[in-house]
Design a protein around this ligand. Structure first.
Ligand code: MRU
Length: 353
């Protein structure tokens, strides 16, 4: 059987600028936004034109290069000072996904370690941003294949449930959780994927469903409160989600609603997998209580298009992520293989990171 390979790359270098798929307009419009300046990249990350942990890491890396390009000095010290300001601007965009901070640190480290002129540093920064982009696609393909190896062996064809969008759109390409789905589809181990719609931003209904349709992967969209029912009916064989930040003990921050999904999966004895690159693991944090959780605007809850859903006078609380405790996670699937969450720190030697 052959499957179509409509590859999706949300962040690409094109015509001396960065082309971002505008994810706020999918699935109705497949449009690109051209980013020429670091400030515009920061705005694109904040407003979720580009979103998903690895994708915002790649976008921030290019943002660092765009910022470097704007600095008009040949003095190394002055250049590095200005670059620190660009890093600060990009770091202030979204707090939870650690890939953003990881990519910015890698770019800064590269700048400090590069000898030669300011122009030489700019050139190496460009190459590093390109490398981060390319590496992430390869990383996701490896995650997909390692994930496939740990999925339940029966039945022959699995139905997998995923939450939010941890697909090509959320990475440089291929995806993490959806990378596992893609690998399962490629090897004819997938019956279909169930996609939680993922209130309030609807990344599941809009983005995951769109990606699956692009590739002909059978997809069923459910509202978030239907997952337990589907599990009780035996419709789901495993859950696979992405991650925004994983603490050293395996506690995992991901899109709001992931935690409740893990609880209901446990209640139904269904394996619950987290798929993420090593760049999502934050060994500086002992456990999930230390992960900063982004709070977003209340409009995301009370407004759909021009329609206001709620009466005047109510309050809102809109955390964008939650933390799933490590003991609810069957395994964390990385590009280096799958690990028990409580074995992460022991299993990953410093040279692997
Ligand atoms: O707010 P978002 O859309 O950036 O949140 C995205 C998620 O929570 C993803 O599951 C996570 O970043 C992993 S993406 C491979």
């Amino acid at each position: 059987m052959t499957h179509s390979t409509n590859q999706v790359y949300p962040v690409i270098w094109h015509n001396n600028s960065v082309s971002l798929i505008d994810q706020t307009r999918l699935p109705n419009e497949y449009a690109f936004v051209e980013i020429h300046r670091s400030e515009d990249m920061a705005q694109a990350i904040k407003t979720m034109i580009v979103r998903g942990a690895p994708a915002i890491g790649v976008a921030a890396a290019y943002g660092m290069y765009l910022g470097a390009r704007e600095i008009a000095t040949s003095d190394r010290h002055e250049f590095l000072n200005h670059l620190e300001t660009v890093a600060k601007l990009l770091r202030a965009t979204r707090p939870t996904a650690v890939n953003l901070f990881w990519a910015i640190s890698r770019m800064l480290k590269t700048a400090y370690e590069t000898l030669g002129t300011v122009e030489d540093i700019k050139q190496v920064l460009f190459q590093t941003a390109q490398a981060i982009n390319i590496e992430d696609v390869q990383t996701c393909q490896a995650i997909g294949d390692h994930g496939l190896a740990v999925l339940p062996k029966t039945p022959d064809k699995l139905t997998l449930l995923t939450h939010c969008n941890a697909g090509a759109l959320a990475t440089a390409g291929y995806g993490t959780a959806l990378g596992v789905v893609r690998s399962a589809w490629r090897d004819e181990r997938l019956e279909r994927v169930f996609a939680d719609e993922t209130r309030p931003r609807l990344q599941g209904a809009k983005l995951t469903a769109w990606e699956c349709v692009q590739e002909g992967i059978p997809v069923t969209v459910i509202t978030d409160n239907m997952a337990a029912h589907c599990m009780q009916r035996g419709l789901i064989h495993a859950v696979v989600v992405g991650a925004d930040r994983i603490a050293a003990n395996g506690d995992t921050a991901n899109k709001i609603g992931t935690y409740s999904l893990a609880i209901v999966a446990k209640a139904h004895n269904i394996p619950f997998f987290v798929a993420a690159p090593l760049s999502t693991i934050d060994f500086d944090l002992f456990d999930g209580t230390q992960i900063p959780i982004e709070e977003r605007q209340p409009e995301e809850i009370y407004q759909v298009g021009d329609t206001i859903l709620t009466p005047e006078g109510v309050n809102f609380y809109n955390p964008a992520f939650d933390v799933t405790p490590a003991d609810l996670i069957t395994a964390i699937i990385t590009e280096k293989g799958a690990f028990f969450p409580n074995q992460l720190a022991k299993s990953l030697s410093p040279q692997m990171l």
